[in-house]
Design a binder for this molecule. Sequence first.
Ligand SMILES: *Cc1c(COP(=O)(O)O)cnc(C)c1O
Length: 353
Amino acid sequence: MSITVKRASQLKAKPDSHQLGFGTIFTDHMFNMDYAPDKGWHNPRIEPYAPIPMEPSTMVLHYGQAVFEGLKAYRHASGDIRLFRPQENFRRMNRSSHLLCIPEYDEAMALDCLKELLRIEKDWVPDAPGTSLYIRPTIIAMDPFLGVRASHTYRFFIILSPVGAYYASGFNPVKIWVTRNHVRAVRGGVGEAKTPGNYAASLYAGEVAHKHGYTQVLWLDGVEQKYVEEVGAMNIFFVIDGEVITPALNGSILPGITRDSVLALCRSWGWKASERKISIDEVMEAHHSGKLQEIFGSGTAAVISPVGELKYGDEIISVTDGKVGPIAMKLYQSLTDIQYGKAPDTLGWIEPV
Ligand SMILES: *Cc1c(COP(=O)(O)O)cnc(C)c1O
């Protein structure tokens, strides 16, 4: 399949790469491709960034049949642009699609299309420390139809947004709130898919946490409300008595690529890194016996997000004295050094554009 390219007649002014926020500025071009039952995925094209015309009856607006991804392009000191494990994102979006009854696409072709788009938009990849070009591939159901069934037609698009350093004001620990009144996802549901409904469903508990002065919600499992699953929209790690622990993937946890990279790095250093069930009671007991060393979240946006305080019921515990722990620090430094080409890519994670 060959991609057609229609260039924007006028280019936008590029922002100052030292003043960037997150998710507000979009580049000059986007990728689009359509699906129809008789044609399959067809008409891959790069065109000016523009609204998607749709009828008010468009199925995605009513039934939420959609999936998305989030990854970043990094500018290396040489000026070259690199991706971090992008194959994993396109593989995961196909797995999400499968759960949402969305037709799968050719992953290698999708990556080629992204690279083509990035070559056209290369001047949009910022160069200030900690900045990157955030990439948002998305698929939405396009049939104009009311009634619950899978759509017959879809739009696949990729948009790009230059983003600032996540830790512009320093690598500061966050406060997290353990909720027992809300769950993010349940066994047999779509918790392991990156699908918009999961995020809509997480907002209410997030607002309750914010009202109490907490940054993120710590989600427990939806069946027994006993085992830890995720933190906000990140995976979660605990360091207890020298063991790095993250909840095992069980269908209601999003299989993060940063999560997988953290496990791989820890194991490459010879550390004990486990994927297993971990209950909130085990975490609290580890704290009481002085064995809880660190807690941190992992995800593409923040990479590593250290936790300094946790509230569970009436109890508030301070983790690592509210400071950044040495393991969170080493992982953050190691991952970002690989992503920005400052350390050798010994695990084969860096993809040229
Ligand atoms: C995207 C996401 C993650 C992190 O995945 P990465 O691939 O590491 O960015 C974790 N949890 C949820 C709910 C997510 O949406």
